[in-house]
Design a protein around this ligand. Structure first.
Ligand code: NAG
Ligand code: NAG
Length: 321
């Protein structure tokens, strides 16, 4: 019995070691707006914040922070060691500030070359910039795979913000004030799988990259006119489409067969087409994967569209009376 027990322990440890972003994502679901997870992430990051030698970012000559070398991880609080590495000219506005902040720096601090990994926490291929009053996306290391910039004041995503970041897999900008995303800001990112934008002010969706698997735009101001016709048709990897709590008055069509969850609760949907989910001409047509359709909180009477569900493994959730 001993060898198998040992092996499964080893597997558990290995999974724990490599799956940080996935766990992080799991814990975020359902507690959006709570800051528990972001604090955890930052605390995690603080411990290694001392090691700032990972990214050789181009640095403007004079006004920069000193090179930080060989700072020990042994200091009991990561932050105090990180603070001690700041140059006097860029000192934090208050010694009681709990983590790196751009407050107190001359504006606009980040776009002028202050290395992002001093303002944010860079941890492996993850960049954590939660809750630091960012107003725009900072320049990111080429190696960035996961970006977390939640609870900031970012209002706009510009075409160049993510240019050339070929490794970027997940962008989480929950709880900002984003109202516009420029064309081409996202659709050219070859590795992007997760675009997490709940609690912003988007009225329209940007063009999306073909590899996207999760799109979360809950709690925005999305209108049906802000979704291009056939916006999702070509997204053959799309599995989770979260559009709850918006101003949509129709169900976007066509939906890719890859889709597993479609959340549209709390919108303004009154009607649907016969072919929204199923092909009425093809009675063998099935959508086995689409098990989770939420239409509750809409004015639609789902009983009126009885012939629209035959290909689904499960009826949509919503009002049938
Ligand atoms: C800091 O990072 C460098 C480069 O990745 C690495 O060689 C070094 O061991 C790290 N130092 C600590 C204290 O983790
Ligand atoms: C919903 O549709 C069903 C089937 O046509 C009908 O019996 C029911 O009265 C409708 N409910 C409302 C509130 O209109």
């Amino acid at each position: 019995m001993k060898p198998p027990a040992f092996l499964s322990l080893l597997v558990l440890m290995l999974q724990g070691a490599v799956s940080l972003p996935e766990e992080e994502r799991g814990s975020r679901e359902g507690q959006l707006g709570g800051e528990g997870d972001s604090n955890t992430a930052l605390r995690l990051g603080d411990r290694v914040l001392a090691n700032l030698s990972h990214y050789d970012e181009p640095v403007d000559s004079e006004d920069q922070l000193p090179k930080v070398k060989g700072t020990s991880l042994a200091s009991s609080t990561g932050m105090s060691s990180a603070q001690s590495t700041r140059a006097p000219g860029t000192a934090l506005s208050s010694p009681t500030v709990a983590r790196p902040t751009v407050l107190g720096l001359p504006a606009p601090p980040i776009s002028h070359g202050l290395p992002t990994c001093l303002v944010c926490v860079c941890l492996g291929s993850s960049v954590y910039c939660d809750d630091i009053d960012l107003e725009s996306i900072p320049p990111l290391p080429q190696t960035t795979a996961y970006l977390y910039a939640r609870f900031n004041r970012i209002s706009r995503i510009r075409a160049g913000d993510f240019r050339g970041l070929t490794k970027l897999k997940r962008i989480d900008l929950s709880s900002n004030v984003i109202s516009s995303i420029e064309d081409n800001a996202l659709c050219l990112l070859p590795a992007l799988k997760g675009l997490i934008l709940p609690e912003n002010q988007l009225a329209a969706l940007p063009a999306l990259p073909a590899g996207i698997e999760v799109l979360d735009v809950r709690r925005n101001r999305l209108q049906s006119s802000g979704i291009q016709p056939e916006a999702f048709r070509a997204l053959e990897k799309l599995q989770f489409l979260y559009l709850a709590d918006n101003l949509l008055d129709s169900i976007p069509r066509p939906l890719p067969l890859s889709l597993r969850s479609l959340h549209l609760q709390n919108n303004l949907i009154e009607t649907m087409q016969r072919d929204t989910f199923c092909d009425p001409e093809e009675h063998k047509h099935t959508r086995r994967r689409l098990e989770d359709i939420r239409l509750d909180g809409n004015p639609i009477n789902l009983s009126l569209f009885a012939s629209a569900y035959f290909c689904l493994p499960r009826l949509p959730v919503g009002r049938f009376t």
